[in-house]
Ligand binder design. Structure first.
Ligand code: IPM
Ligand code: MG
Length: 370
């Protein structure tokens, strides 16, 4: 008997709890139909945690997350907490999880499902078959650099400061993840920075080129300035395979890439740490979309991104690629069958609620498996 897998679910705020409820159904299906057993715990993060404890994540939850084999997160934030200080904002809970678990590599696939080609704001021939992987640095750069803050100046003005700082090892370990992924994909890596104006960008470029030359000469490689990359993503997105980039540019480029696919509601992500000597690797999985407070509690949210995030957990944390494939195939089949949540609704399709979508995916897993 192998030990049960430890899963920590952090539904968070807004639509987070609704979409996480559908993940629970997928977990139940796997337990009933596959030799898989999970110890599932649930906890607070984000605004809901601030309301309960005055902080966006508690020390106890961080410890639970460290002990878990994988963490699945819904979404955090909402206008309710706009007035809260930065250190206690819902987003701070997510940032602390990333930092404390040392989840330096954020994998954000942008895949265009055939059934949704027309939902993209780009012409269908530009996005049909699109499959990009953005690898975003997640524990460094301007998100965490010191000095930072807002200070009062003698002249009565105020000054806001953030620092973009990268050390060699932070760049090297991140771009290696990108090169390794490219090996299993189409063998191309684009590294994106602003080496024309930023020293941190120049270092990024030099270190990345060195890793390429010394360790991955067989991989096709190019440097692309981040502004040009943003432009090329909407001009000819299929030129890309893997994009490696820093924390801030990765935040922006991944939202842009996500929109190419027709809906943010479709896209999962994985945030991974280094593999320890014992083979353990921290992993946090979350949809790319936010908490969408405007539609929360109305059964309008699309649960697919969170369900696909759980599929990524199966693939990367549990080595259960077969089950991950099954979930992904089930999602595709449900879309091919014409079911749509409001965010991806198109003429002639059937509009369904969050739970009907979750139900359909589980039923489809049943069908595909038996
Ligand atoms: C993301 C989000 C977060 C980020 C926010 C919620 C802190 O935009 O995961 O892309 O900026 O990293
Ligand atoms: Mg973002």
């Amino acid at each position: 008997m192998t030990e049960n897998k430890k899963l920590l679910l952090l539904p968070g705020d807004g639509i987070g709890p609704e979409v996480m409820a559908e993940v629970r159904r997928v977990i139940t299906w796997l337990e009933q139909n596959r030799e898989l057993a999970f110890d599932v715990e649930e906890d607070l993060v984000g605004g809901c945690c601030y309301d309960a404890h005055g902080v966006a994540v508690t020390d106890a939850t961080i410890e639970k997350a460290k002990a878990a084999d994988a963490v699945i997160l819904g979404a955090v934030g909402g206008p309710k907490w706009d007035g809260v200080a930065y250190a206690a904002r819902p987003e701070a809970g997510l940032l602390r999880l990333r930092k404390d678990l040392e989840l330096f590599a954020n994998l954000r696939p942008a895949i265009c499902f055939d059934a949704l080609v027309d939902a993209s704001s780009l012409k269908s021939e530009l996005v049909s078959g699109l499959d990009i992987m953005i690898v975003r640095e997640l524990t460094g750069g301007i998100y965490f650099g010191e000095p930072r803050g807002i200070t009062d100046l003698p002249n009565g003005e105020r000054r806001g400061v953030n620092t973009n700082v990268y050390d060699t090892h932070e760049i090297v370990r991140l771009v290696r993840v990108g090169f390794e992924l490219a090996k299993k994909r189409r063998g191309k890596v684009t590294s994106s920075e602003k080496s024309n104006v930023m020293e941190s960008g120049l270092l990024w470029r030099e270190e990345t080129m060195k890793v390429h030359a010394e360790e991955y000469p067989e991989i096709e490689f190019e440097n692309m300035l981040a502004d040009a990359c943003a432009m090329q993503l909407v001009r000819r997105p299929k030129q890309f395979d893997v994009i490696v980039t820093d924390n801030l540019f990765g935040d922006m480029l991944s939202d842009e890439a996500a929109m190419l696919t027709g809906s943010l509601g479709m896209l999962p992500s994985a945030s991974l740490g280094a593999k320890g000597a014992d083979g353990r690797q921290a992993g946090l999985y979350e949809p790319v979309h936010g908490s969408a407070p405007d539609i929360a509690g109305q059964e309008l949210a699309n649960p697919i991104a969170t369900i696909l995030s759980f599929a990524m957990a199966l693939r990367y944390s549990f080595d259960r690629g077969g089950e991950a494939d099954l979930i992904e195939k089930a999602v595709e089949a449900v879309l091919d069958g014409g079911l749509r949540t409001a965010d991806i609704m198109q003429d002639g399709m059937t509009k369904v609620s969050t739970s009907v979508m979750g139900d359909a995916i589980v039923k489809q897993m049943d069908k595909l498996a038996n």
